[in-house]
Design a protein around this ligand. Structure first.
Ligand code: HPA
Length: 266
């Protein structure tokens, strides 16, 4: 951790990020076009080598709407075979760099039939269905406590702010609970039905590990899902990754607008 943080600080000099953003599948473009300092994950000591299709795999430091931001363009997924430690390490690094607020984004399937692909969903809570927890193992007391409270992982205040902005910008949004699965296979219709009965509104393959660790570290969290498709069985059509990318591309502009207005208001 120390060599990771030192390496990054050396690169960014006196730029001290206050907000972190994890950009999900198809949403990575947000980080493009700003004057920025870019550090590929593969150059950072302590970061696993990354080689994911469709993800750039780099940290982007930029000032956006007056806010100093560090963005993850691409994340480590558990389904790629990375450990939970690897998946959540960047969140701990952000904390050590001085980040106070983390915005976590993802692509997810809509479990609630009334939601529509293309809607953005403000995450009110999550169900960690990954069968493991990123905090398992020896606890680092400098980051957080052994048994962290999880009663408000997603900041109500940030949800309210995001909601007001979405309304102002006329963006279709929902609020709901995100169920996290390991993937990489999509869910069966029965699994989706189960998630609905358990109170989930969307399902995806990320976010919960990062949110657990960010909450443990005392970061304020805002979670936004881009609902890219109906989860299996909600509609008749089979799922494929291309649909996920296509829908994310379609709503990219609203997503970008929402995000940059949110940055202003934090
Ligand atoms: N299920 C799980 N993860 C996803 C989905 C889905 O339907 N869509 C995008 N990510």
């Amino acid at each position: 951790m120390e060599s990771t943080v030192n390496y990054i600080k050396e690169k960014i000099k006196d730029f001290q990020p206050e907000i972190g953003i994890i950009l999900g599948s198809g949403l990575g473009d947000f980080a493009d076009g700003f004057e920025s300092i870019i550090i590929p994950y593969n150059d950072i000591p302590g970061f696993e080598k990354s080689n994911v299709q469709g993800h750039k795999g780099q940290l982007v430091f930029a000032q956006i709407n007056g806010k100093k931001v560090v963005m993850m363009q691409g994340r480590y997924h558990f389904y790629e075979g990375y450990s939970m430690q690897t998946v959540t390490f960047p969140v701990k690094v952000m904390k050590k760099l001085g980040v106070k607020t983390l915005i976590i984004t993802n692509a997810a399937g809509a479990v609630t039939p009334e939601f529509t692909p293309g809607d953005l969903m403000l995450i009110t809570d999550h169900i960690n269905f990954m069968g493991t927890n990123p905090l398992i193992g020896k606890n680092d007391e400098t980051l957080g406590t052994r048994f962290p409270d999880m009663s408000e992982v997603y900041s109500k205040e940030l949800i309210q702010k995001a909601e007001a902005i979405a309304q102002k910008l006329n963006i279709n949004y929902q609020k709901g609970v995100y169920a996290a699965t390991t993937g990489p296979s999509y869910e069966t219709p029965s699994e989706v039905k189960m998630f609905r009965m358990l109170g989930a509104n969307a399902v995806g393959m990320s976010t919960a590990p990062e949110a657990i660790v960010a909450n443990y570290c005392g970061l304020k969290i805002l979670g936004i899902s881009c609902l890219t498709n109906y989860a299996a069985g909600v509609s008749e059509t089979p799922l494929n990754h291309q649909e996920v990318i296509d829908t994310a591309n379609r709503v990219k502009e609203s997503f970008k607008n929402l995000l940059s207005e949110i940055l202003k208001s934090i």
